[in-house]
Structures are given as C-alpha cells and as structure tokens.
Design a protein around this ligand. Structure first.
Ligand code: FES
Length: 162
C-alpha cells in the first residue's frame, strides 16, 4: 500500500493545542474555568453596580419617608392666608393653594402676612397669596405642595419634608 508523507510531525505543539478543550478559558496560573462558568462570573460581577444602585435608592426612599411629616388641615380653613407650621394655606372662593412656608431665598420660615402679602422675617422678601415673588431678595415663587382632600370630611392632608 502506498503512503503519502505529510509535513506535520505527529506530536507537534499544534496538535497539543488542538487537544485542549475548546470550552475552557485560562485565568492564568493553571486556573481554568469553563466558558459557561466564565460568563456566569461576568454576569454576577456586572450585577454588582445594579445592586448598589437598587440599595442606595431603597435607602434614600426610607430616609425620605422618615423625613416626611403629615400635616392635617381642617376643612373649615377660613378664606385668606393661614399658617400651619411649615405649610401655608391660601384659600379663596375659587381654589385652595398650599405652599411650603420655606422662603426660597435662604430657607427661613415665613410666618406672617401683611396687607395680603406673605412676608419673610429674615430679609423681607414678600410673596403674593398665590406664592409669586412681589419683592426680593427671593427670586423664586414659593413651592406649591401637592395635597389630598378627604372626600368625606373635607380635611386636607399635606406631606412635607422636615
Ligand atoms: Fe427669606 Fe432671605 S430667607 S428673604
């Protein structure tokens, strides 16, 4: 029988490399893991930042909930401006506005009204009954707060950060 000679030596390095399992990935120093294990590890590592974001968001939500204070305002609030701690209620025939009493200049609590204007005791900023700046140094309107009205009792509930 005629044999055709090949140029490849039988035990060459090329042959040895081919014998290595294709699915193994070398991590150096003879540590080898399968391709599946490699991608599992990469997947777990890539989840760490997401876990961090989730954890910090959950923590911030808890902290925010702890800092929220509910203020109940009775249904029979008189027309005009009324003060309920850190909340100002401005009521007229048509609607009720609820503002944070925190001055938009440097954060002092507004606690009085003069001639229909809300007056900051610290630097004299004045705001209209609808929260707009009449006189500085404040240059932003008062923060309008969302509120819920109990349909049965008419009581208003506001949540404010303390
Ligand atoms: Fe109100 Fe400055 S903090 S005017």
């Amino acid at each position: 029988m005629l044999q055709i000679p090949t140029n490849k030596p039988k035990n060459s390095k090329v042959e040895e490399v081919r014998k290595e399992p294709v699915n193994n990935i070398s991590l150096g120093q003879n540590k080898k893991i399968s391709r599946k294990q490699f991608f599992q590890r990469i997947g777990l590592i890539s989840l760490l930042p997401l876990a961090g974001i989730w954890f910090s968001t959950a923590e911030r939500t808890k902290i925010r909930e702890r800092q929220l204070k509910k203020i109940n305002i009775p249904s029979n609030v008189p027309f005009g401006v009324s003060f309920f701690g850190s909340v100002i209620v401005s009521k007229n025939d048509e609607h009720t506005n609820i503002f944070s009493a925190k001055c938009t200049h440097l954060g002092c609590m507004i606690n009085k009204s003069e001639d229909g204007a809300l007056v900051c005791p610290c630097h004299g900023s004045r705001f209209s009954a609808n929260g707009k700046v009449i006189k500085g140094p404040a240059d932003k309107s008062l923060e309008k707060l969302p509120y819920k009205t109990n349909p049965r009792t008419g009581e208003i509930t506001v949540e404010v950060l303390v």
